[in-house]
Design a protein around this ligand. Structure first.
Ligand code: COA
Length: 148
């Protein structure tokens, strides 16, 4: 998914994989998804994604999956120079808006040191439901859920 009124094709998947992989490098420098990994996820039927542009430059995105009433937010990112301006919150609202109508629960997992993301999730209403010990090497992962 790109915007509400756009159409897309496999060719767009190639184009958006490249753009998202570039955003990944800046938003997740520790463990960016490769272009190939992004592309294979975009080809799945259950994938939802959105890339936002400012003056022709891609500045933020999310990547998620939704099926059978459950969604998982894999990635949400804003380029470093555009953070702290409410763009992450707007992106999260778009994600929730575009979920299939039958969605009841959204899950996500985050590094416990990622205070900005945790702040965004808590502000959105996500609740912590568990931890995965050392999920990110020697760092724990925190699992959040939102009932929608
Ligand atoms: C997480 C991220 C998307 C937030 O984007 P953003 O545009 O800076 O967020 P916003 O300006 O919309 O802030 C929304 C809320 O998030 C929280 N927040 C944002 N930055 C924060 C920070 N540095 N510390 C604590 N809370 C923060 C606050 O609750 C904020 O609401 P407030 O402004 O009313 O306090 C951004 O920091 C990012 O891209 N990080 C790198 C990628 C990442 O870690 N993604 C999440 C894991 S998938």
């Amino acid at each position: 998914m790109i915007t509400e009124n756009s159409t897309y094709s496999k060719k767009d998947n190639e184009y958006y994989s490249k753009i998202i992989a570039e955003l990944e490098k800046e938003c997740f420098p520790e463990d960016p998804w490769s272009k190939e990994a992004v592309k294979s996820s975009l080809e799945r039927d259950d994938i939802l994604y959105l890339v936002t542009f400012l003056d022709g430059k891609a500045i933020s995105y999310f990547l998620a999956a939704a099926s059978y009433g459950t969604a998982e937010l894999y990635r949400i990112g804003v380029l470093p120079t555009f953070r702290g301006q409410g763009k992450g919150e707007r992106l999260m609202k778009s994600f929730l808006h575009y979920l299939p109508k039958d969605t009841e629960k959204v899950y996500l997992e985050v590094r416990e040191s990622n205070k900005a993301a945790i702040g965004l999730y808590e502000k959105t209403g996500f609740q912590k439901i568990g931890e995965r010990k050392n999920y990110y090497g020697n760092e724990n992962g925190i699992i959040f859920i939102l009932n929608v």
